[in-house]
Design a protein around this ligand. Structure first.
Ligand code: HEM
Length: 147
């Protein structure tokens, strides 16, 4: 329960517009795994990573990712209700060429973003709480990926 509270309070403290935080997260992701940029086909003819990050289609995906995290935070007491959605989401990512190992790198990038955005608020228990939630989400997506 303490874990859930840490997640809820920290997520809310990021403010209503989560997209800028998502941009930090994906900037980190592409730093760690630049090849992922190529999976966003609409990004093939952008000059720099920064151009890509500001394209509307890309920001659309960031928005979708933040909405999924938001849904997980809202369903901390009954994450299993998201199971079918997450299985399906994993399957869709298999179809667009994302490997399950990359989901873990997204997790690292999420923690990086939280560290940047929360500053002193980023504590070891908070990090662990987010990691636990993210692991559940990714496990479901990975099951769907492999189906
Ligand atoms: C769709 C790439 C991680 C949520 C897509 C699409 C691509 C993509 C290429 C289809 C085109 C588009 O909608 O822009 C990636 C890559 C990821 C990643 C490279 C990094 C490994 C995630 C994560 C989440 C997520 C972690 C959520 C937790 C979504 C959603 C859609 C989507 C909700 C729309 C699916 C639909 O059409 O129903 N992703 N994605 N993605 N992604 Fe990701």
């Amino acid at each position: 329960e303490k874990e859930k509270e840490l997640i809820r309070v920290s997520w809310e403290s990021l403010g209503k517009d989560k997209v800028p935080h998502g941009v930090i997260m994906f900037s980190r992701l592409f730093e760690l795994e630049p090849a992922l940029l190529n999976l966003f086909h609409y990004n093939t003819n952008c000059g720099t990573i920064q151009d890509c990050l500001s394209s509307p289609e890309f920001l659309d995906h960031v928005t979708k990712v933040m909405l999924v995290i938001d849904a997980a935070v809202s369903h901390l007491d009954n994450l299993h209700t998201l199971e079918d959605f997450l299985l399906n989401l994993g399957k869709k990512h298999q179809a667009v060429g994302v490997n399950t190992q990359s989901f873990a790198v997204v997790g690292e990038s999420l923690l990086y973003m939280l560290q940047c955005s929360l500053g002193q608020g980023y504590t070891a228990p908070l990090r662990q709480a987010w990691l636990n939630m993210y692991t559940i989400v990714v496990a479901a997506m990975s099951r769907g990926w492999a189906k």
